[in-house]
Design a protein around this ligand. Structure first.
Ligand SMILES: N[C@@H](CCC(=O)N[C@@H](CS)C(=O)NCC(=O)O)C(=O)O
Length: 193
């Protein structure tokens, strides 16, 4: 088995690769980036101290978008045009903001206080959800491709971590329901504990 993917079972950046790699043989090395031993190992393979990281033969690749590009070159999962790239970048931006808010909460900061920094993270998430609304009924997010995988991981993670709400966004709920029974969604489900 030549692919080794380092990650956690909750990270949306990792999960989208686990979905993508559903039909590929790979070894998954679970790590907790906030635990000393794993943090030391992670720092040896990625100076950014972030998951996911992919190792393949002598290559070590970090950043989930780069890992996607690497795997896509090898396995030709899909062709991306510039609109697809923008779509991915928008979802990733929202995901980054969600992770930032979670890290702030875990650091004991009150993300409900009226700070420009936190407001910009929340606004970015809502702005991306607004932007994606028409896409949810179109080709881009109806098909099961890397953008829809990413969006599924983002929504499912955000609700799990209580970072945002989709109460007033029925199109997001519908999107989750449409894709919920896919084998790669089920096999990568966020552990409920
Ligand atoms: N741009 C990176 C973001 C990865 C990322 O934010 N990973 C989070 C887990 S979801 C992480 O490792 N956070 C630890 C930290 O930033 O200290 C990617 O796409 O891989």
């Amino acid at each position: 088995m030549s692919y080794i993917l380092y990650g956690s079972l909750t990270s949306p950046f990792v999960r989208r690769l686990r979905m993508l790699m559903h039909d590929l043989p790979y070894e998954f090395r679970e790590m907790n980036v906030f635990e000393a031993q794993d943090a030391t190992l992670l720092n040896k393979i990625n100076p950014l101290n972030q998951i996911p990281v992919l190792q393949h033969h002598e290559k070590t690749i970090w950043d989930s978008r780069q890992i996607f590009q690497y795997l896509n070159e090898l396995h030709q999962f899909q062709e991306l045009n510039w609109q697809d790239e923008n779509l991915l970048t928008s979802i990733e931006g929202a995901m980054d903001s969600g992770i930032t808010l979670l890290l702030m909460k875990r650091s004991g900061m009150n993300i409900d206080e009226n700070y420009m920094f936190t407001n910009r993270q929340k606004d970015r998430i809502e702005s991306v959800l607004d932007y994606l609304k028409p896409h949810l009924n179109g080709r881009a997010l109806e098909e099961w491709n890397f953008a829809s995988m990413t969006f599924y991981c983002f929504l499912d993670w955000g609700l799990f971590r209580n970072v945002f709400s989709i109460e007033k966004r029925p199109e997001c709920r519908k999107f989750l329901d449409i894709h919920a029974n896919r084998p790669s969604v089920i096999s990568t489900a966020i552990p409920k504990v």
